[in-house]
Design a protein around this ligand. Structure first.
Ligand code: AMP
Length: 416
C-alpha cells in the first residue's frame, strides 16, 4: 500500500516518526528539522479525514522512564506545527482508551517508546557473556512482540516515516508491521523520498557517477567504499583517510590522523579500483596545522611528505582541483563526509570546494545526494543546501542502505 492510495477517512493511523530532536537544558527544541520532515505525512492523514497516533523515541533512556527524554516537552511544538492541539499519552503501552476515544482530525502523541526496553528488544541488566543471556534474549523477543502488538491495537493502519531508525529492527519500526496486513501498512512521504534517493544512487545511475567519501577514518566507511566500487566511475577519498593511503604507499604523514592497522586495506582498495576501472582520486596536497586547532599555524605540503610536528587538516589547492574535475562532469553524485576538519573555520577550504563543485554539477543537471551528518552540516554551513538534489535525514540508515543492506524498517512494509 502507498500513502497516496490509502483511504484514511474514518481510520486511525499509528505513525512512527523520528522526533528525536535536540533539546537545550530548558527542554526547548534547538533544531526542529525532524518535526518539519514528518509534517507532509501527518498533515496528509489529517486532511484525508484520519485520526493520528504519533509515536517516536527520544535519546537513549535505555528502557527506563527518564523525564529528561520525555516527549511531553515537545507536545506544544508539534501542536503548533500541525495546527491541531495534540493530546499526550504518558505511558505508551497503556494508551488504548485514549486511542479508542480519538475522532477524525484528532492527534494523540505517545510517550517515548524507549522508556520500555521492549522497543529496542535488547535484554537489560545482563551482559552478553552471562550464560543466562540467550534465555533473557529469547524472553525479551517475546515481550517485544507483545509490546508491538499493543501498539498495533491502537490503530487501523501503520505508517513508518522514521528513516533515521529504519536500519533498526525495533518494535515500532519493524515488529509492529507483522500485526497489519499488506493493505494497511505503508511508508510515509519522508521514507518514500529517502528510499527513492538511495534507489537513484544504487540502481538508477546516470553516468558518470562520482562518489565522494570523506570524514575521519577508512575503517568506518569500508563497507560503503567496497559497495560503491562496483558502481562508480570516480571515487574521491578525502579527509582523514588521505593519510592512511599516503602512509600505505610509503609516504610520511607527520602527526596526521592515520590508521596504522588499515594500511593493507588501503592498498587493497587501490588495487580493487584499478581492477574495476574506477578512477580513484586521492588528495595530493594538504593544508596542515602545527596543532589540532582552528588557530594553528598553516603549512601547505604534499600529503605524503608532511613534516613531523604537523598534521593534515584540510585538502590543499591541487587536491581541490582534482576533486572539482571529478565532480563537475558527473551526472550522479553521492557525498558523505567532509574533506577536512570543517568545524575549524580556517580548514574548510577543501570541503567548500567540494560543496561548490557539487552545487555547480547539480545546476548542470546532475542528481546529487548528500548524506551522513557532517556533510549535511557542511552544505548548510556554506549555505548551499538548496543547490543540491537531496539531503538525507538519515545517518546510519543511509549509510547502511548505500552499503547495500536491506533496512528492516523498509523490508517490514515492502516485504523484501
Ligand atoms: P566521519 O564521522 O567519519 O564522517 O568523520 C567526520 C569528521 O572527520 C569531522 O568531524 C571532521 O572534523 C573529521 N576530519 C576530516 N578530515 C580530517 C583530518 N584531516 N584530520 C582529522 N579529522 C578529520
Amino acid at each position: 500500500m502507498t500513502i497516496d492510495n490509502y483511504k484514511f477517512a474514518g481510520k486511525k493511523a499509528i505513525v512512527r516518526v523520528d522526533f528525536n530532536v535536540p533539546l537545550n537544558e530548558n527542554g526547548q527544541i534547538t533544531d526542529d528539522t525532524r518535526i518539519r520532515g514528518a509534517l507532509p505525512t501527518l498533515k496528509h492523514i489529517l486532511n484525508e479525514g484520519g485520526a493520528l497516533i504519533i509515536m517516536s523515541h527520544m535519546g537513549k533512556p535505555k528502557g527506563k522512564v527518564n523525564a529528561k527524554y520525555s516527549l511531553s516537552q515537545i507536545v506544544d511544538a508539534v501542536s503548533a506545527a500541525l495546527g491541531v492541539k495534540v493530546q499526550f499519552a504518558p505511558d505508551c503501552a497503556k494508551a488504548k482508551a485514549q486511542a479508542d476515544a480519538l475522532k477524525a482530525g484528532e492527534v494523540l502523541m505517545l510517550e517515548n517508546l524507549r522508556f520500555y526496553a521492549e522497543e529496542e528488544g535488547k535484554p537489560v541488566g545482563i551482559e552478553k557473556e552471562d550464560p543466562a543471556y540467550e534465555e533473557a534474549k529469547k524472553a525479551m523477543k517475546a515481550s517485544q512482540k507483545e509490546f508491538a502488538k499493543t501498539l498495533a491495537s491502537y490503530a487501523d493502519c501503520y505508517v513508518n516515516d522514521a528513516f533515521g531508525t529504519a536500519h533498526r529492527k525495533h518494535a515500532s519500526t519493524a515488529v509492529i508491521a507483522d500485526y497489519f496486513d499488506a493493505d494497511n501498512k505503508m511508508l510515509g512521504y519522508l521514507m518514500e523520498k529517502e528510499v527513492q534517493a538511495v534507489e537513484n544512487i544504487l540502481n538508477n545511475i546516470k553516468r558518470p557517477f562520482t562518489a565522494i567519501m570523506g570524514g575521519s577514518k577508512v575503517s568506518t566507511k569500508i563497507g560503503i567504499i567496497e559497495n560503491l566500487m562496483n558502481k562508480v566511475d570516480n571515487l574521491i577519498l578525502c579527509g582523514g583517510m588521505t593519510y592512511t593511503f599516503a602512509k600505505a604507499q610509503g609516504g610520511h604523514v607527520g602527526n596526521s590522523i592515520c590508521e596504522d592497522d588499515k594500511l593493507d586495506l588501503a592498498l587493497d582498495i587501490m588495487a580493487q579500483a584499478k581492477a574495476k576501472g574506477v578512477n580513484l582520486v586521492l588528495g595530493v596536497d594538504s593544508v596542515c596545522g602545527d596543532k589540532f586547532a582552528n588557530d594553528a599555524n598553516q603549512l601547505i605540503c604534499p600529503s605524503n611528505a608532511i613534516p613531523e610536528g604537523w598534521e593534515g587538516l584540510d585538502a590543499g589547492p591541487e587536491s581541490r582541483k582534482l576533486f572539482t574535475k571529478a565532480i563537475e562532469g558527473a551526472k550522479t553524485i553521492l557525498w558523505n563526509g567532509p574533506a577536512g576538519v570543517f568545524e575549524f573555520d580556517n580548514f574548510t577550504g577543501g570541503s567548500r570546494a567540494i560543496a561548490e563543485a557539487v552545487a555547480n554539477a547539480t545546476d548542470n543537471g546532475a542528481y546529487s545526494l548528500i548524506g551522513g551528518g557532517d556533510s549535511v552540516a557542511c552544505v548548510n554551513k556554506f549555505g548551499m543546501a538548496d543547490r543540491v538534489s537531496y539531503i538525507s535525514t538519515g545517518g546510519g540508515a543511509l549509510l547502511e542502505a548505500i552499503e547495500g543492506k536491506v533496512l528492516p524498517g523498509v523490508a517490514a512494509i515492502k516485504g523484501e
